[in-house]
Design a protein around this ligand. Structure first.
Ligand SMILES: Cc1cc2nc3c(=O)[nH]c(=O)nc-3n(C[C@H](O)[C@H](O)[C@H](O)COP(=O)(O)OP(=O)(O)OC[C@H]3O[C@@H](n4cnc5c(N)ncnc54)[C@H](O)[C@@H]3O)c2cc1C
Length: 359
């Protein structure tokens, strides 16, 4: 076995598909994870906030190559050209159902289940020629452990999190000011609830969490060239709560405000059920595997981020013979939008290049 993927979510499947497409056989890869279905966690979170369409575009799928994207597939299936036309101007957002159906195809076609092992990895140790993971040695390891957990502020011990299954009662207080909070305001209003928004600061209005240039080679070159201090400042700024501008968000809120069904308050009124749209715990320290690796191997960090090379690898533990890569949210130092499908593919493709170098 040459490669290990630790984690079993969307980034893990994107990496697995990329390796298989690059000629690595299923016998050469072990995937260690907590769920055999790589969409298991994501689908619950998306369903909980009633997400119907992807935030990403046509190429936001888990197959190895960008083409054919989900717009092309929808057009081929339905004969309707609208998806393809919309995708040219970045206005095509596939349905969640189409995305998940396609992910199931990728899982089946790539042989994911042959390589999958149901196991939570507690420790990764560098050894000559690679890394020890669960008693075996692997030359190349990619960590894709996702978010360490939901962020649940202790002042609301009985509250449900927006990413957990829930219904909307007659009076709800929604904590948070980002995309999930904004989605929940509209969901609860549409369900007929009276909604109170609890927020520490006014939300920013940005079309994307991470600006489009930071998805491009050119934008990344200047991001990678910036000092550690500047880079950490960029990541901090990008993590501020935001949701897109536009009448689709503003109109229902304004109407509800006029009807007295939407208010912004500092605290949740006693009779309201609280929904926490407060995202995830942040930083490598909350992830036991990453925290242990940093502590035992003295990996460089800056604030809550692991310091990585531009190709998503841990420089001190990667050389011509072995690779330690980090994908997903923990890989933001290399790719600010690490916690997206585009981010998963960025790390996966760089990982394949390293694996191929030692063939
Ligand atoms: C509601 C929602 C909607 C989103 N919509 C979009 C969208 O439309 N487009 C887009 O591009 N992005 C979207 N994202 C962002 C992003 O795609 C997801 O966060 C994605 O799930 C990240 O994948 P991941 O593999 O890094 O993490 P996860 O999917 O969370 O998977 C990590 C997996 O690794 C396992 N694991 C953790 N530690 C270990 C260990 N030590 N050993 C073994 N296994 C371990 C976990 O249990 C989990 O199964 C959305 C996110 C959310 C929450």
């Amino acid at each position: 076995m040459r490669c290990a993927i630790v984690g079993s979510g969307l980034a893990a499947l994107a990496t697995y598909a990329t390796l298989r497409h690059g000629g690595v056989s299923s016998e050469e890869i072990a995937v260690f994870g907590t769920h055999d279905d790589p969409t298991a966690l994501w689908r619950v979170r998306a369903a909980s906030i009633r997400q119907k369409r992807m935030r990403s575009e046509s190429d936001g799928h888990l197959a190895a190559t960008s083409f054919p994207g989900l717009a092309f597939r929808e057009t081929a299936r339905t004969g309707v050209l609208t998806p393809l036309v919309a995708s040219v101007t970045n206005r095509y957002h596939p349905t969640v159902d189409d995305f998940l159906r396609h992910a199931e195809e990728v899982r089946a076609r790539t042989g994911w289940d042959e390589s999958f092992r149901l196991e939570r990895i507690e420790r990764i140790a560098p050894v000559p020629g690679g890394f020890e993971v669960d008693g075996g040695t692997f030359a190349h390891v990619l960590l894709a452990t996702g978010h360490p957990g939901l962020n649940k502020p202790p002042e609301w011990p009985d509250a449900v999190h927006a990413y957990e299954p829930h219904e909307y009662t007659r009076k709800v207080a929604i904590v948070g000011a980002g995309m999930a909070a904004a989605t929940e305001w509209l969901n609860a209003l549409a369900a007929g609830s009276e909604v109170v928004s609890i927020r520490r600061r006014e939300p920013l209005r940005r079309p994307l969490n991470v600006p489009r240039p930071l998805f491009s080679k050119r934008g990344l070159v200047s991001y990678h060239a910036s000092s550690d201090e500047r880079r950490a400042a960029t990541l901090r700024e990008l993590s501020l709560a935001s949701y897109p501008p536009g009448p689709d968000w503003d109109r229902p809120l304004k109407e509800a405000e006029q009807e007295g069904r939407f208010r912004v308050l500092d605290e949740a009124p006693a009779e309201h059920d609280v929904i926490l749209a407060t995202g995830f715990e942040r930083g490598y320290r909350h992830d036991p595997l990453l925290a242990r690796l940093v502590e035992e191997e003295g990996l460089p960090t800056r604030g809550r981020w692991l310091v990585l090379d531009p190709d998503s690898t841990v420089a001190a533990l990667s050389d011509a013979t072995r690779t330690l890569s980090v994908a997903g949210v923990a890989g933001q130092w290399a790719f600010p939008a690490g916690d997206t499908i585009a981010g998963a593919k960025y790390a996966a493709r760089a990982f394949l290049r390293r694996v191929c170098r030692t063939r």
